[in-house]
Write a protein that binds this ligand. Structure first.
Ligand code: GAF
Length: 405
């Protein structure tokens, strides 16, 4: 773990002591993610290729005896924000709103699936350094860390590399599905499985190649620094509220297209059959389907290049992914387009928006000796366009969720 991540874990434990007057029973943490490629494919049963950020959310936790969930978050300013403790028994979709819905939703799913695990209740103190609202999955990091913490308090340690079939511990894929259910049904966001799986299953120096249809997954070596490259994350700090409804509209459009094409999901459309599929669709669905089918191809090309150690050659697929998200799927934003163009003009080998879009972050594959040039080019392009200053950092693939203390 990086010194910053170690500090996050320590702050959660120290915060717990200061706020609750005693030590936590344990501390669990989970990372945010960037998706290297494979965007808006997860809810179409397609391929994704995320890696975990070094940035993490940590949860210090201890059991209670009154069946309530007490949650406090400590913000960047060090100030605690406390949600009124709520009876886990009373949790139901819609019963908690705002930020507290995320940890509460996880407790709700566990109550539905493993009631004994959460029956005593718990106190949670949460802090972290995953940039919020940056499309880097801070909310999933929070939910995954809460899930491991609540299970851990009940003595259920979720094995790091998938569960064994001969014990009754949930494996990480099961936990990812629970977190998705919490987000879909309790929080009310119709998201796929990319982010939870990334947070729970990624490994250092690797990207996670996940086939969402079969849930087969493989760690693909991706140590960019070894090839004198870096993944530069450009947090545009823009968030366009349109994104919340547009995500659901895109998803519904894909489902409508799959129905019209008589397939279970758009994953069933092979690139070789794309043209005839598009011919059979109304005009509004054509670009959506074209994006999903070509994006699945780009993920597979990228994985093949990484497997061959040809890291520099993945650039064009990243850039093509951005063009497809901008022009066909229409989920980009002016800030993301400016970030991508400025990075490419300054020598990035490829660049794209990452995550759901409508703001948030872009990534650029940058030769190490171009780091300063690309960073300065992006920053000055933002200033020329009168956007707020972006936040830039280099992200190395890091560890998935685990128990820290
Ligand atoms: C968001 C969602 F949460 C993911 O499930 C995924 O669909 C992504 O947008 C787009 O690839 O992060």
């Amino acid at each position: 773990m990086t010194p910053a991540a170690t500090k996050v874990v320590r702050s959660a434990a120290d915060g717990f002591r200061a706020l609750l007057g005693g030590p936590p029973a344990g501390v669990w943490s989970a990372p945010g993610r960037v998706n290297l490629i494979g965007e808006h494919t997860d809810y179409n049963d397609g391929f994704v290729l995320p890696f975990a950020l070094p940035h993490r959310i940590a949860v210090a936790a201890a059991p209670r005896t009154d069946g309530r969930l007490g949650v406090t978050t400590i913000g960047d300013d060090g100030q605690p924000q406390r949600a009124e403790p709520v009876a886990i028994e009373s949790l139901a979709p819609g019963s908690v709103s705002g930020w507290a819905a995320y940890p509460s939703g996880v407790a709700w799913v566990l109550r539905e699936t493993m009631p004994d695990a959460v029956a005593p209740g718990a106190d949670l103190v949460i802090t972290g350094n995953v940039p919020a609202g940056a499309g880097l999955s801070s909310s999933h990091a929070l939910q995954c860390a809460v899930a491991l913490a609540l299970l851990g308090l009940a003595g259920v340690d979720v094995p790091e590399t998938g569960g064994t079939q001969c014990d009754d511990r949930p494996d990480r894929v099961t936990v990812a599905r629970w977190v998705q259910r919490s987000e879909n049904d309790f929080v009310g966001a119709p998201t796929g499985l990319l982010d939870q799986t990334a947070s729970l299953c990624c490994a250092p120096r690797h990207a996670l190649f996940l086939d969402v249809r079969s849930f087969a997954m493989r760690q693909v070596p991706f140590d960019a620094a070894q090839a004198d490259l870096e993944v530069l994350v450009i947090d545009t700090r823009a968030h366009h509220s349109l994104g919340d409804s547009a995500y659901g509209e895109r998803r519904a459009g894909c489902e409508r297209a799959a129905k019209l094409l008589s397939v279970a999901s758009l994953r069933e459309i092979d690139a070789s059959a794309l043209d005839s599929a598009l011919d059979a669709l109304p005009a509004d669905l054509v670009p959506l389907v074209r994006h999903v089918v070509t994006e699945n191809e780009r993920v597979q090309q990228t994985v093949a290049l990484l497997d061959a150690g040809d890291y520099r050659d993945i650039g064009p697929a990243l850039t093509a992914s951005h063009a497809s998200l901008r022009d066909d799927y229409r989920v980009s934003a002016p800030e993301l387009d400016v970030a991508v163009e400025a990075a490419l003009d300054a020598g990035a080998l490829g660049a794209r928006m990452t995550g759901g879009g409508f703001g948030g972050s872009a990534i650029a594959l940058v030769p190490l000796d171009r780091h300063d040039t690309v960073s300065e080019a992006v920053t000055s392009a933002f200033s020329r366009h009168r956007f707020g200053a972006p936040r830039l950092f280099t992200a190395a693939p890091s560890a998935g969720a685990h128990r820290d203390q």
